[in-house]
Design a protein around this ligand. Structure first.
Ligand code: GUN
Length: 280
């Protein structure tokens, strides 16, 4: 393997150690950050995420509350809980685990969360702030990717940055954060013509499309920084990313593994957002 490995586990642990100190400093001022995590139904993957969020809070000294609601919860019941949490003084951040059961209107639920407590930064108000570069809270995955890029000593300024994927959660905010750091940014998606021609220009390539091993070595410029947001199962049921790691790591200059790359950063950034929301 030629590429330098961008180790999300180590970078995440370093950030958490630093945040633990920040939480301790806030405690001296009588402030304990508080996070409420709301989960509706019993999706097994969501349960794992929620458990990990709770564990991360405990590790850092952040107060957390979990609200596990039955799958048949109504929109009104969920909105009533959010309204209660919006005014609850010991809660600084509210996270509603997605996806929600289909009778619930996800968009309305996200918009019901007070923008100051929207630690996912999914609401229109927070997305708008990101767009104009005046934000406190950032969506966890793109924020985590920026931390990986910084920790690896990669400068974005003037670089060709290509983002594959245009979701509201990853692709779009990712492009905006790279733009704020003066990258020249291209967003690609399923209708992009001659994708390889575009990706081969990238100094920094962010892949968030949800297709196992989609990006192959011939699509990558030698020496490029490759960030893999994918979380898929390969033909043998093994966890893999959107990037064909074995071939791309022979061409790239630096690359994130899956697992152990972007994944460990997302909950760490949720903790960062909770601390930010508490310190306002
Ligand atoms: N489900 C999968 N990823 C996320 C996330 O980042 N935030 C929330 N709220 N739910 C998710």
């Amino acid at each position: 393997m030629k590429a330098k490995l961008i180790d999300g586990k180590t970078i995440s642990a370093e950030l958490r150690a630093q945040m633990k100190k920040e939480v301790a400093a806030l405690a001296e001022d009588g402030i304990t950050p508080g996070l409420a995590v709301v989960i509706v139904g019993d999706d097994p993957a969501s349960k794992v995420y929620v458990r990990n969020k709770k564990k991360a809070c405990e590790e850092l000294g952040i107060y957390s509350e979990e609200y596990a609601l039955p799958a048949e919860t109504t929109q009104d019941e969920l909105l009533a809980l959010i309204r209660k949490l919006n005014t609850k003084p010991d809660i600084d951040g509210i996270l509603v685990q997605l996806p929600l059961p289909k009778q619930l209107d996800e968009k309305a639920v996200i918009e019901a969360i007070s923008p100051d407590k929207d630690v996912d930064a999914f609401s229109a108000a927070n997305v708008g702030k990101i767009m104009i570069g005046d934000y406190k809270l950032l969506p966890c995955t793109p924020a985590g990717i920026m931390e990986l890029i910084h920790a690896s000593g990669v400068e974005v300024k003037g670089k060709e940055c290509v983002v594959i994927g245009r979701s509201n959660i990853v692709g779009k905010p990712m492009a905006m954060l790279l733009l704020h750091e003066h990258g020249t940014v291209t967003i690609c998606h399923s209708r992009t013509r001659d994708l390889s021609e575009v990706t081969r220009r990238a100094d920094i390539l962010i892949v968030a499309i949800g297709k196992a091993k989609f990006v192959t070595a011939d699509m990558v410029k030698p020496g490029a920084v490759v960030i893999d947001v994918g979380m898929n199962r390969d033909e043998n049921g093994k966890l893999c990313g959107d990037v064909d790691f074995d071939s791309v790591s022979e061409v790239a200059g630096a690359i994130t593994p899956v697992p152990g790359g972007v994944g460990p950063m997302t909950i760490t950034m949720l903790m960062k957002n909770t601390i930010t929301a508490a310190g306002k």
